[in-house]
Design a binder for this molecule. Sequence first.
Ligand code: FES
Length: 189
Amino acid sequence: MTATTSDATTRRDFLYVATGAMGAVGAAAAAWPFIDQMNPSTAALALGTTEIDLAAIQPGQQVIYTWRGQPLFVRRRTPAEIASAKAVDVSTLPDPLARNANLPDNTPATDADRATKPEWLIVKGVCTHLGCTPTVSTPTAPEGEYGGWLCHCHGSAYDTAGRIRKGPAPENLAVPPYTFLSDTRVKVG
Ligand code: FES
């Protein structure tokens, strides 16, 4: 785990972690012990679910998993990122809906309805324009104007709740179905 945080000031605060059956996402060799720890059971894969150990993810860090063949962003938000997301007037958003598979379709895109536990934002890493993988924004490597992600394909910018704020993407990043099994463990799918 040392390699996941020690270089935080010199490189981006994210890791790629493969957890799905199709997990071909690249990962630095130093991250493999972390990956082994997080690999789901065969039974979980069969059900299209994965359990993620959150304990090793640091505030301000994003880890990218694969889930059902697609990137899955798990971001441990800082208090400032949470506050920024909560301060947004939902009526001003391009997409005012939460897009949260855990909630009814007409749920508004408040921060509370995007992240069940404020510290943890879990979204599919798939831009809702044409499906590119957006790049995370960090204090040391800002991307876009809203502190969340920037999709370099056509310039869609997302905020710290994964909501589209600018650019051609029509919808917020999708929140997958998930259940917290404990404070440090979540099942996705
Ligand atoms: S695919 Fe993301 S902006 Fe076009």
